[in-house]
Design a protein around this ligand. Structure first.
Ligand SMILES: C[S@@+](CC[C@H](N)C(=O)[O-])C[C@H]1O[C@@H](n2cnc3c(N)ncnc32)[C@H](O)[C@@H]1O
Length: 349
């Protein structure tokens, strides 16, 4: 019997799974006639999954998130019997070969034997895809199963900045079937690019923005999942065995986050912008402080339309910015002016 997987069966920093009903309620109550939703810092795709009855645009700079988003949201059909059969074969495997994973990661995040199996399976998925025996969506489903399976057994605290040396390898890789819809909207599209590049090209009723909040780069925290998803077999360095990630660094984790956000918002063509950001601007340490100040958030969004703010317990801020308590998740809703939308649209032609 093959176990099954849902989109939230993985650990991911800043994922919004627990906030979905809050996000949905704000959209239902405040945004009319939403047919297209763009989630352009999609991460796990949890927020997009709450709008699966609509046309979806997803995007993430990390290929490992893109491939999972493709598995969950692609409009392409797939042969579920074939996927189950392949996953069943993988679960029966006893692999002892040396490969890229054993050579670089043995007894770090995974045991030698699990590394051998992960390396074998990832190569096998690639070979099947190159030989035309599985489609791109089927490859995405198999890679998603592998990444979720790795996350479940990795000897980490949920991210790959370091591995835990004090615990046994007591869990072993098991491939499970992602319960991905076969009735996604035929207009759905998944992208793997910088959100600021994509912003200039898409049009949606609602654009949801959930960039990183602080200096912590996602490509550092998830380098190993990214490495296995891409399967380019790069050299890895240091105790944490990280590959070169210079192409994947996000401006939203740097001092120029405010400028990046301003450029992004200015180029969006949509009726509503829904922006998730916490209130940690000056509260934590240099690493955990949010990168965009409240002053900049209001200035940038107000140039685009009318702004309303909701806190996690779904109360609008009645007395402005002074109500902020400790580490609070906030949703900024910007109702974009019609003239502003026309201007952005015309500038593209
Ligand atoms: C806070 S997480 C999003 C979490 C997501 N809402 C969820 O529920 O899983 C931010 C995401 O933005 C991505 N990211 C960072 N900079 C980006 C950029 N410039 N363009 C696109 N994606 C980016 C990161 O890879 C990360 O997955």
């Amino acid at each position: 019997m093959i176990r099954t997987l849902n989109i939230n069966n993985r650990r991911y920093l800043g994922n919004k799974y627990k906030l979905l009903s809050f996000i949905q309620r704000v959209v239902e109550d405040e945004c009319g006639n939403v047919d297209t939703v763009a989630d352009i810092f999609a991460g796990t795709g949890a927020v997009a999954s709450a709008f699966q009855d609509k046309q979806l645009i997803t995007n993430d700079i990390m290929y490992s998130n893109y491939i999972c988003n493709l598995a969950w949201f692609s409009p392409r059909q797939y042969d579920i019997g074939k996927i189950e059969r392949i996953l069943g074969e993988y679960n029966e495997l006893r692999v002892r070969e040396e490969n890229y994973m054993t050579e670089n990661f043995s007894d770090t995040y995974f045991s030698h034997d699990d590394c051998s199996k992960i390396g074998f399976i990832r190569q096998d998925i690639e070979d099947r895809y190159r030989a035309g025996r599985i489609t791109l969506r089927e490859k995405a489903l198999l890679v998603t199963s592998l990444l979720y399976g790795m996350d479940k057994i990795a000897k980490t605290c949920g991210h790959y900045d370091a591995y835990r040396q004090d615990v046994e390898f007591d869990m072993h890789l098991e491939m499970a079937l992602p319960l991905a819809s076969r009735e996604n909207d035929p207009r759905n599209r998944c992208y793997n690019t910088d959100a600021n590049v994509l912003a200039r090209k898409i049009k949606a009723d609602l654009v949801y923005l959930d960039p990183p909040y602080n200096s912590r780069q996602y490509c550092d925290a998830y380098h190993l999942l990214e490495n296995v998803a891409r399967w380019e077999k790069p050299d890895v360095f240091g105790v944490a065995r990280k590959m070169d990630r210079s192409r994947l660094k996000s401006r939203y984790c740097t001092r120029s986050a405010g400028e990046a956000f301003e450029d992004l918002v200015r180029h969006l063509c949509c009726r509503y912008i829904l922006f998730s950001y916490n209130n940690m601007a000056e509260k934590g340490n240099e690493r955990s402080n949010a990168r965009i100040s409240d002053e900049d958030i209001y200035r940038i969004l107000e140039a685009k339309g009318t702004v309303k703010v909701f806190s996690e317990d779904y109360k609008a801020f009645t007395t402005g910015k002074s109500e902020i308590a400790d580490n609070q998740e906030r949703l900024f809703l910007c109702i974009c002016g019609e003239e502003e939308q026309e201007k952005v649209w015309c500038n593209r032609l």
